[in-house]
Design a protein around this ligand. Structure first.
Ligand SMILES: Nc1ncnc2c1ncn2[C@@H]1O[C@H](COP(=O)(O)OP(=O)(O)OP(=O)(O)O)[C@@H](O)[C@H]1O
Length: 458
């Protein structure tokens, strides 16, 4: 009996599609792209044969990627042949990945590490700058603590010295945030760390438009520094004793500056009356301990001439915030007169000690005209001098409070009365420090009752 082979084609063949007299001898898969060409019509046998001979695309998941597949197909003479598919692309991908990872770790690791370090440093620096700016902007925070190497970086190794004061040298510096600062390197003080830090915390909490802001500090036992906001116009003293050719500040400006200083000191006295004032620098004074009633000149550093007499003379009065009033008075006198209070090179010997000389001139309009030519300016100068004379009274009790000083500065000239005449302090007064060398000091007779203006209660 002759047998025939038939081929049935379809993606949804059912068993009932096969005639009862037929057996299924082989089933095979075909290329879907080829099959799509025939839609629902059966392809001719030769096309079927060609499709089987060409094989078909295999789709398989990645988990089989390393395996080798075997597919069987039939030929027209019914011989089986094996179609071997090796996932070359997968193998290539695998080798590429291995090489890529090896290259990445061997060559790329140091680069990645460097990049990470740079990124960390940049973020760290930015964070520091942000913190500095944040601390500067938010007044309630304490000053920043800097290491000594930070201080060296900030000042570019102490490149630019601004000046020298009683407590040490001052250098110009720039913070990472770009803010300019003045860094004061303190001479060795006998204070312990606790004193220093608590003092810094106290000064650091002071925020007033007329008080230089303490930005930070450095403390590593042997090195102590204070970092302040930078004052663009420098120190006032260069405007007081200006040289020929300099453009001196007029009386109005001097008056405005003195008002600002008075407001700053008044603010400090309001909130910090518990300070033990000894010298003209507000908080620093307490870093230099005193265990005696009389403060020696060597202990109570500061600028001689501005220091209140009770800081080094016995029996004048207790040390209180009035010592600052004295210092302010001496400064106010210099600002009004545009000259140092004590000037050995003065034109006339009577002018050597300015407060004494100026007191005598107050009644003589002509003499004061030399200081200021314009009437309005003369009035301002006169006002400043009278207030200064009140401030430098020998007895602390006779000096006005800073609040009263402010009232006087802001008030009418007519309400001011002349204070008692300042006298030279008798040199026989006992000075507790053998090293002290004071040539001239002012006193108003401690016995004479000061004439207190009815308008101002001290
Ligand atoms: N915040 C600042 N900004 C700019 N310059 C400053 C600042 N602080 C100080 N200086 C400069 O440094 C100099 C010394 O200042 P410092 O405060 O040490 O002493 P002083 O005030 O002159 O005297 P003393 O030690 O008696 O207070 C000043 O004359 C000024 O030129």
């Amino acid at each position: 009996m002759k047998a025939y082979s038939y081929a049935l084609y379809g993606s949804d063949l059912l068993i009932r599609d096969i005639e009862d007299s037929c057996n299924i001898t082989m089933i095979t898969l075909l290329s879907s792209q080829e099959v799509d060409r025939y839609k629902r019509v059966s392809p001719p046998y030769t096309d079927l044969h060609n499709m089987m001979a060409e094989g078909f695309n295999l789709l398989y998941s990645e988990s089989y990627s390393s395996e080798i597949f075997q597919i069987y197909a039939i030929t027209d003479d019914m011989h089986l042949f094996a179609l071997r598919l090796v996932p070359v692309a997968v193998l290539n991908l695998f080798f590429f990945l291995v090489h890529f990872l090896a290259a990445k770790f061997i060559l790329g690791a140091p680069c990645v590490l460097i990049l990470l370090i740079l990124k960390w440093m940049r973020r760290h620096q930015a964070a520091d700058a942000n913190i500095e700016e944040f601390l500067l902007a938010h007044n309630n925070f304490l000053p920043i603590r800097y290491s000594y190497s930070d201080i060296k970086k900030i000042t570019k190794n102490f490149k630019c010295k601004l000046g020298e004061g009683g407590y040490g040298s001052v250098y110009r510096g720039i913070l990472r945030s770009g803010n300019e600062v003045a860094v004061k390197i303190l001479n060795k003080s006998k204070s312990n760390g606790q004193d220093f830090i608590s003092e810094v915390a106290t000064i650091g909490r002071i925020h007033h438009i007329n008080v230089v802001q303490l930005v930070g500090f450095c403390f590593n036992y042997s090195k102590q520094a204070l970092v302040y906001d930078f004052m663009l116009n420098g120190s006032l003293d260069k405007h007081i004793s200006y040289k020929d050719g300099d453009d001196p500040l007029n009386s109005k400006k001097m008056y405005e500056i003195s008002l600002g200083i008075a407001r700053g000191i008044e603010y400090l006295h309001r909130g910090y009356q518990s300070f033990t004032p000894k010298v003209s620098d507000f908080g620093l004074a307490r870093l230099y301990p005193t265990d005696r009633n009389i403060v020696s000149l060597t202990a109570a550093r500061g600028t001689l001439g501005y220091m209140a007499p009770e800081l080094f003379y016995k029996d004048i009065g207790g040390i209180s915030y009035k010592a600052y009033v004295y210092s302010f008075g001496m400064l106010l006198m210099e600002m009004a007169g545009r000259r140092r209070n004590l000037n050995a090179h003065a034109e006339r010997s009577s002018q050597i000690y300015f407060p004494l000389w100026v007191y005598d001139q107050l009644g003589k309009e002509k003499e004061l005209e030399r200081v200021d030519a314009i009437e309005e300016e003369r009035e301002t100068t006169r006002k400043m001098i009278i207030i200064a004379l009140w401030c430098i009274q020998l007895s602390p009790n006779d000096r006005p409070s800073m609040r009263k000083v402010l009232d006087m500065l802001e008030g009418d000239m007519d309400r001011l009365q002349l204070p008692p005449k300042p006298l030279l302090y008798p040199m026989e007064a006992s000075v507790d420090d053998a090293d002290a060398e004071i040539e001239l000091e002012t006193v108003s007779s401690s016995l004479s009752t000061p004439i207190v203006s009815s308008g101002y209660q001290f």
